[in-house]
Design a protein around this ligand. Structure first.
Ligand code: SF4
Ligand code: SF4
Length: 148
């Protein structure tokens, strides 16, 4: 959380996980006149009442395409990636991935914001993949009837 800002979740009437992030923020501002900035992952591990870990929305790196530019890891502010130090790069390897000294590693997949695919759009090598949107919509519909 940013310094000087305050999360007021417990004091907010009607605060609900069923509200979108933007509505939560708006509600908070209306109720407290205090600007807040929260990450969805810090506030709650649910998405519309569904445990976040049940939603298979997170990036996957196709290592045969990655060139180690680290744009993805440097861009994401949600702690999904870390920069991994490869202490024993194989200079003779055919694969670029094996030669890289630094490469992106996904360590907190469920910190990824459901529906965001910004890092994939940023990757010039098209090395980051997400599930098809139609697929995730179906999964979400099933989960919402389970938890709704
Ligand atoms: S942006 Fe793409 S190519 Fe660059 S490190 Fe990330 S996955 Fe690899
Ligand atoms: S899709 Fe968005 S939130 Fe998820 S890892 Fe990429 S930049 Fe981070």
């Amino acid at each position: 959380m940013h310094r000087g800002l305050r999360v007021v979740q417990s004091s907010l009437p009607g605060w609900s996980n069923k509200l979108s992030k933007s509505r939560r923020t708006k509600t908070a501002v209306e109720n407290t006149e205090t600007e807040i900035w929260v990450r969805e992952s810090e506030l709650t591990k649910t998405y519309y009442g569904i445990p976040r870990e049940e939603i298979p929305w997170f990036p996957k790196i196709e290592t045969d395409k990655c060139v180690g530019c680290l744009e993805c890891a440097n861009f994401c502010r949600n702690g999904v990636f870390v920069v991994e130090e490869n202490t024993n790069p194989d200079k003779a390897a055919k694969s670029t991935w094996e030669k890289l000294r630094k490469r992106p590693k996904i360590v907190n997949p469920f910190n990824c914001v459901v529906g965001c695919s910004a890092c994939a759009k940023l990757c010039k090598m098209e090395a980051i993949k997400f599930p098809e949107r139609e697929e995730i919509v179906k999964v979400l519909q099933q989960l919402r009837s389970k938890y709704g």
